[in-house]
Design a protein around this ligand. Structure first.
Ligand code: GLU
Length: 457
């Protein structure tokens, strides 16, 4: 058995014994859920899926639909309009609270009912059927399979959903909802009645953790920026009135629902989901909270942990870098005497702020006072964030100002960056880069040609 499944089985076994909590009963049909049902699932960024217990048991998604419908509305409206219509403040209140801002009537929290009903109304569609269809398509794309409804739960909630209708009418009277209140809540009840399994929810959470691309199907479901904002709203608002404590203890964006579903996303690592119907006083799955608390501690998932830098960025710094070109004895002697003039610094991996700052520190330490050729070997660099590229360019410009010639060796995709720096010499191999510097040195050239005199006017 693979180690992830083994660990999930072990976690499942340990937490099964927890029998606290109550199954939600305010929607009559939900009260029939089996309190012993318990499943956990994980989907990795590579699209691999792991599960333990009843991870294939279907249940209604309920409030776990909220972040995904938020992502859909956000895609339709853009960030500014979305925020104008629905806030992003943890209300610290129960899921069915009247959580509207005093002056504007804007719902404060999109992850509890008022804000979620307003969000559902923002999904662009010609009529309620089309809106429900778009929402089902969206949830299905996140899950990577065609999802369906639990008609009985839908009917049960529609028959008992007056409080949600009341919230919708309140928002209409406050001006924060313009659609028909009855129709919008019906669409919202439909969205809550979508059937999922813990295994589905893990893929949905993994899609958010993967920047909006479903790691199983490969489909881009939402833009990266939409995934980031959705995860941010989950982090602050996802766990009803237990959201603050959750961020403190578990430290992951998450969302739970009254049927006992709970998702959490560890950005860049995996999506995880738990299904277990008994809920705590805040309305969150008891076993879900326990499982995620244990997992976060065990795997150091808390968002506020400083990222671990697994590999050294700078691979070598050296004076007297030499190419494989054949040189005459005189040339070799000259190159040997000029060891200080050609310096190579190598780097590997992803260049983010910390790595770039390290690399520039190493370059500073290596360049001598007298001008020479600096070969920056980025052949083993796998990615540079735009901000880091700008930082690297600024650092190198500073070194060039002191008379050094910047010679870059990098893979084709990164060489495009060198185009914006006409005074950098760029090569696709370190050997060619060093050989070019040797040729200049042997020809008696200065590292930097004196800048061309400007044309007489
Ligand atoms: N359908 C439920 C309601 O609005 C969802 C609540 C929840 O999961 O928080 O009452």
């Amino acid at each position: 058995m693979d180690p992830v499944t083994k660990a999930l089985n072990e976690l499942h076994r340990r937490i099964s014994g927890l029998t606290d909590g109550e199954v939600a009963s305010y929607i009559p049909k939900l009260a029939q859920a089996d309190p012993d049902d318990f499943g956990i699932a994980i989907t990795s960024m590579g699209g691999r899926r792991y599960q333990a217990g009843k991870a294939d048991t279907e249940f209604t998604i309920q409030s776990v639909s909220k972040p995904f419908v938020y992502a859909l509305a956000l895609t339709d409206l853009g960030p500014d309009e979305m925020l104008r219509r629905v806030g992003a403040e943890p209300s610290g209140e129960a899921f069915n609270a009247i959580s509207l801002e005093p002056v504007t009537g804007r719902p404060a929290n999109p992850m509890v009912n008022a804000g979620a009903i307003a969000t559902t109304a923002l999904v662009a569609a010609a009529d309620p059927e089309a809106r429900s269809a778009r929402i089902l398509d969206c949830l299905s794309a996140f899950a990577g399979r065609r999802l369906g409804y639990d008609e009985e739960v839908y009917a049960s909630e529609a028959a008992s959903g007056d409080r949600n209708r009341a919230l919708a009418y309140l928002m209409r009277s406050a001006g924060s909802l313009t659609d028909d209140a009855y129709a919008v809540t019906a669409t919202y009840f439909r969205q809550c009645s979508v059937l999922v399994t813990a295994a589905d929810l893990a893929v949905m959470a993994a899609t958010l953790a993967n920047g909006g691309r479903n790691p199983v199907t490969g489909e881009r479901v939402v833009e990266r920026s939409v995934a980031v904002r959705t995860l941010a709203v989950m982090a602050t608002c996802g766990m009803y009135d237990g959201a603050g404590e959750w961020l403190l203890n578990v430290g992951l964006p998450a969302k739970s629902g009254v049927a006992g579903g709970l998702i959490a996303a560890s950005p860049g690592r995996f999506g995880v989901a738990v299904y277990s119907p008994p809920l705590d006083r805040e309305g969150n799955s008891v076993r879900g909270v326990a499982a995620l608390t244990a997992m976060s501690e065990r795997l150091t998932l808390h968002l506020m942990h400083a990222p671990v830098h697994l590999t050294a960025t700078v691979t070598d710094t050296g004076h007297g870098a030499r190419s494989s070109r054949t040189r005459s004895p005189e040339q070799t002697a000259l190159l040997n005497r000029s060891r200080q003039r050609i310096i190579a610094v190598g780097a590997q991996g992803e260049l983010e702020f910390t790595e770039t700052e390290q690399l520039l520190g190493a370059v500073e330490g290596a360049v001598p006072a007298t001008p020479g050729w600096l070969v920056l070997d980025l052949m083993a660099v796998t990615g540079i964030r735009p901000g880091s590229a700008a930082m690297l360019a600024a650092g190198l410009a500073d070194i060039a100002q002191r008379g050094h010639r910047i010679v870059v060796a990098a893979q084709e995709p990164f060489l495009a960056a060198a185009d914006g720096h006409p005074d950098w010499q760029a090569f696709t191999s370190r050997d060619d880069a060093v050989a070019w510097c040797e040729d200049r040195l042997l020809a008696g050239e200065a590292p930097l040609a004196p800048s061309a005199p400007s044309a007489p006017s």
